[in-house]
Design a protein around this ligand. Structure first.
Ligand code: UDP
Length: 235
């Protein structure tokens, strides 16, 4: 499968057309951004880690009954995925307090919740991805009631599968962001990526951060954290 015309360039990925209108090729870059694009940098090798980690986890989730956009890994940075129209909601699941949750509610990071939380943000860079509830999403016709219910159930299922998977490699899955897409027939599938860019991973023993917070907060050893997560996930 060959890359055709570039359809889109985002902050961390490019998307190319293929001969098949139902398929596109995603190409992962080393570019890193944080705080809605205000902080910019490069994490050497990040594209390779995020491509391989995402593909591994998408295949694990498929096996566990979660439909995804994954089709085939082409090489270190490029993957064929199903062409979807992205539902403009960022779906965030949290198991432990951190990041914007800790800030918004004035609590420390590291509070382990009895049950996971879910929240949506409106995927809109110009507005800074504002927090949004299901009523807002329906009012703006971003998704139907049925789609929102499907997305919620899928997101919690993803959390169950990934929490158990990461526990086995001595990592606490603190929180993560998912995106969903519609296939041409309207079926909702898990899309985008699942990587150290989009999840918070803490070593279960040392609580060391092994994710993009090392870049956001200038903690150093950013590349090491990404490659350590790839090593633990791919084995
Ligand atoms: N996240 C993401 N993209 C975003 C916002 C958040 O991938 O645009 C991920 C982030 O990496 C973390 C989780 O979603 O794993 C929760 O992020 P949070 O709301 O705490 O925001 P942040 O502190 O990252 O601004």
């Amino acid at each position: 499968m060959n890359k055709g015309q570039q359809l889109y360039e985002g902050k961390a990925k490019k998307v190319f057309a293929t001969e098949d209108p139902e398929l596109v090729i995603v190409s992962y870059k080393d570019d890193a951004t944080a705080f809605n694009g205000q902080k910019k940098g490069t994490i050497v090798g990040k594209g390779v880690v995020n491509n391989k980690v995402t593909n591994y986890l998408m295949q694990l989730l498929e096996k566990e009954g979660v439909p995804t956009h994954f089709v085939e890994e082409l090489n270190d940075r490029d993957t064929v995925v199903k062409h979807v129209s992205i539902v403009p909601l960022e779906v965030i699941i949290r198991n432990i307090s951190a990041g914007s949750f800790a800030k918004r509610f004035g609590v420390e990071e590291g509070i382990v919740f009895d049950e996971p939380t879910i929240e949506f943000s409106y995927k809109n860079d110009d507005l800074g991805d504002p927090l949004m509830n299901a009523y807002h999403a329906r009012a703006l016709k971003l998704a139907t009631d049925e789609e929102i219910e499907t997305i919620k159930a899928m997101a919690f299922k993803v959390n169950d599968v990934l929490k158990a998977f990461f526990k086995a490699v001595n990592v606490d899955l603190v929180d993560f962001k998912l995106e969903f897409g519609r296939l041409t027939d309207g079926t909702i599938v898990l899309a985008d990526e699942i990587s150290p860019d989009t999840c918070r991973f803490w070593d279960s023993t040392t609580h060391e951060k092994l994710d993009k917070d090392r870049f956001r907060r200038d903690l150093g050893n950013v590349e090491d954290a990404y490659s350590e997560m790839m090593r633990r996930i791919l084995g």
